[in-house]
Design a binder for this molecule. Structure first.
Ligand SMILES: [Zn+2]
Length: 107
């Protein structure tokens, strides 16, 4: 199994997400306009940024857990039924902890 390759992808994605979160944080720290119409626009942007940041944080936590499971040696083991997670599934979603059956059952 090309575990190193998957790990590399997870690490790259992790860096990408961390940069994204940092950029969003930076945007929040910037000063606000004194113009009312612009303030309304800024609040709308903030909502979008908040949603983006939440998604990024969520994906980051999945990725960190996947990396942890790699260290423990149970990365490809389903966390629910202990079955092996198919490689094609891991290739599609490298941070998943569920086999396809358990993922489908959850939905
Ligand atoms: Zn399973």
């Amino acid at each position: 199994m090309p575990l190193q390759q998957l790990k590399q992808r997870l690490l790259e994605r992790k860096m990408q997400l961390e940069r994204q979160v940092a950029a969003i944080e930076n945007d929040f720290r910037q000063g606000r306009s004194s113009d009312l119409a612009e303030q309304a626009q800024e609040r709308e942007n903030d909502d979008v940024l908040n949603a983006l940041e939440q998604n990024a944080e969520l994906e980051l936590s999945h990725i960190n857990r996947a990396l942890q499971r790699m260290e423990l040696g149970n990365y490809a083991t389903c966390s629910v039924c202990q079955d092996i997670i198919a490689l094609e599934r891991l290739t599609a979603i490298p941070y998943t902890s569920l086999c396809i059956q358990c993922a489908n059952r959850k939905e």
